[in-house]
Design a protein around this ligand. Structure first.
Ligand SMILES: Cc1cc2nc3c(=O)[nH]c(=O)nc-3n(C[C@H](O)[C@H](O)[C@H](O)COP(=O)(O)OP(=O)(O)OC[C@H]3O[C@@H](n4cnc5c(N)ncnc54)[C@H](O)[C@@H]3O)c2cc1C
Ligand code: SF4
Length: 573
């Protein structure tokens, strides 16, 4: 630790530091700067400016040098990392030497290391958790009781939804609370058909319009952000020049920048948080400048940890002091434990012979959604749902592709290529199951291996359980039944046996709870034992629910930032 800048310049001292500029870090930046705090946002990756840094956003298929493919020689540089290996998205992919990690058990860890993080990569589905989720661990006897309930967060869901722009339908479902919705993105005919069949045949199931972070009818707060209505191009993953969907880059970060209270520092890999034994609080962070490899220190009164779930675990585990020899705030010894994720192993696809006269109008950046219907009101004690705890939601999407005949020669072939015939309707479903957090599923630091920044490598040790296997079986049975009732053909339902983490919804390790002996964070996302450090990304999740989680990270972040600033003003931090 000899090269730390112990006597940091005053310019290195801020009111607040935010680690990470992704979905949750962007919200922390917006809220803290908006409340007048000089805030340093530390981001390990490069800068990505909204619009100008989306190099493929407006390219036509024929304008890609390799027609969309990534040449083998370039692929080889990425080794086993297969995320975003398309020509349109290669600029988002990270190379293995950026952050090697040790898979004690196979784990797929998808990362987005640039300003905006995975807010530029996500599928934008956004549902609220309900009390059936917050009550879950206490009711069903797993993990620990959440320290909050729906009433604690409902206001903050509304707060972030209005700003981000969430489209959806008010469905009136107790287990999927309605939000502040812009008009929903319509289901297409085959999705509507399945919706009707489910409504006719099941009392406990509904197919609803996906709730997603797309602006379908801009409100003044969206135009003030410089964002416009979604154009249904469905090229979102390239970056959207219209700001049609919510990303940190289009929304929270430029808003924070306008306050003139934000300093955004890309290429800043946070190594650890500095804890001062005498002051009894965290005083700042250690950062490796990715360009110079120089270790630097930055100081602040409060620190928000938003590196995405596993990185936040890694940073806290690496934040060692004489007071906290096992990681910051880790008196309970539970830091890094109870890692959970979503179970996306079940997949189903089929075709439909009907609606031959119909096609889609434009491209649909959303999909249908069947909320959880297993073990919702109670844990079943008989019947199929009694075989496992909790349940699953499912995404459902239909579309119609071309059945192009590329055989033949000359004029006939030209004709076929110019006027391809539409194929049948296809429909698919993908499972989103709740996994039960268990102590054995954990991350820890490797005692000897470090990355190129000198940071100990993360070991991932997390496996599927029998509960997950049984839930996949039930998903396959139930979805096959629903698809059969809908008259779909060529039904193919499979268990992909994908690695844990493949869902990109990793959570836990720094869970919230009521008791410092069994949790790391209190109800305000504040470390029980280091009150000026807040963790508001997926690491804080006590249980996973089945909903796409990022909306909850946003709401928890805005809520915690509000509390932190009030506490700061009261001089409690
Ligand atoms: C293809 C895809 C589809 C998805 N679809 C959905 C969906 O439909 N709905 C949903 O809710 N979620 C979805 N997700 C997940 C969603 O993207 C994440 O839940 C969300 O981005 C997490 O927010 P975050 O702030 O925790 O992390 P991120 O958005 O990943 O941001 C973390 C930031 O921290 C930075 N960082 C990490 N470590 C350090 C460090 N040591 N020092 C400095 N900076 C650091 C990273 O570079 C990054 O910019 C999807 C993800 C992907 C990839
Ligand atoms: S579908 Fe909407 S949000 Fe996505 S790229 Fe097109 S305009 Fe942007």
């Amino acid at each position: 630790m000899a090269n730390f800048a112990i006597d940091a310049a005053p310019s290195m001292t801020y009111d607040a530091i935010v680690i990470g500029s992704g979905i949750s870090g962007g919200w922390a930046a917006k809220e803290l700067t908006g409340k007048g705090l000089k805030t340093l946002v530390l981001e390990r990756g490069r800068d990505v400016k909204h619009v100008t840094d989306y190099p493929t956003a407006n390219l036509n298929p024929w304008e890609f040098e390799h027609r969309g493919q990534v040449p083998l020689a370039i692929k080889e540089q990425y080794g086993n990392i297969r995320s975003f290996m398309r020509e349109e998205t290669l600029h988002w992919a990270i190379k293995p030497d950026e952050q090697p990690f040790v898979e004690e058990q196979p784990f797929t860890w998808t990362r987005g290391y640039h300003v905006g993080g995975k807010s530029l990569l996500w599928a934008r589905q956004t549902q609220r958790l309900s009390d059936f989720d917050f009550d879950g661990p206490a009711r069903d006897g797993f993990a620990v009781d959440w320290p909050i309930r729906y009433a604690d967060i409902a206001h903050w869901y509304s707060y972030v939804e209005k700003f981000a722009g969430i489209s959806g339908n008010k469905d009136g479902l107790p287990h999927l609370p309605d939000g502040e919705f812009l008009p929903p993105i319509e289901l297409n005919c085959v999705e509507s058909h399945l919706q009707g069949v489910i409504a006719q045949n099941y009392k406990d199931r509904q197919l609803i319009q996906g709730r997603c972070a797309h602006i379908t009818k801009p409100q003044p707060v969206h135009t003030a952000q410089g964002r416009a209505q979604c154009q249904h191009r469905n090229l979102c993953v390239r970056g959207c020049p219209f700001g049609g969907y919510f990303s940190s880059n289009a929304s929270t970060l430029p808003w924070a920048e306008r306050t003139e209270n934000m300093t955004l520092r890309p290429h800043s890999v946070v190594h650890s948080i500095i804890y001062d034994d005498k002051k009894g609080r965290a005083t700042g962070v250690r950062v490796v400048d990715a360009n110079t490899m120089q270790m630097m220190e930055f100081f602040a009164r409060i620190i928000f940890v938003n590196g995405s779930a596993l990185n936040s675990n890694q940073i806290l585990l690496n934040s060692i002091s004489s007071r906290f020899p096992n990681g910051l705030g880790n008196d309970s010894g539970l830091l890094g434990k109870y890692i959970a994720w979503h179970n996306y192993r079940g997949k189903i696809s089929a075709q439909y012979d009907g609606f031959a006269d119909k096609t889609t109008d434009g491209k649909n950046p959303s999909n249908g959604y069947i909320p959880r219907f297993r073990n919702v009101y109670k844990q079943e004690t008989s019947g199929p749902a009694s075989r496992f705890m909790r349940g699953y939601a499912t995404g459902v999407g239909g579309g119609r592709g071309f059945a192009q005949n590329r055989e033949g020669m000359g004029l006939a072939l030209k004709e076929q290529l110019l006027h391809p015939k539409l194929g049948p309707w296809n429909i698919s479903g993908w499972m989103m199951g709740e996994t039960i957090p268990i102590e054995a599923n954990h991350v820890r630091l490797d005692p000897t291996l470090t990355d190129k920044y000198g940071i100990p490598q993360l070991i991932t040790s997390a496996k599927w359980t029998e509960n997950d296997d049984k839930m996949v079986d039930d998903y396959i049975e139930q979805m096959t039944e629903m698809f059969t009732l809908a008259g779909f053909k060529n039904i193919n339902a499979v268990d992909t046996h994908a690695n844990p983490g493949s869902d990109i919804h990793e959570m836990g390790g720094v869970r919230m709870g009521k008791d410092p002996k069994t949790s790391l964070l209190n109800k305000w996302n504040q470390l029980h034992h280091c009150k000026n450090v807040f963790v508001t990304d997926g690491a804080c999740m006590t249980s996973t629910a089945t909903q796409n989680p990022s909306l909850t990270y946003m709401a928890l972040t805005a809520r915690a930032a509000d509390y932190a600033v009030k506490e700061l003003k009261k001089k409690n931090l």
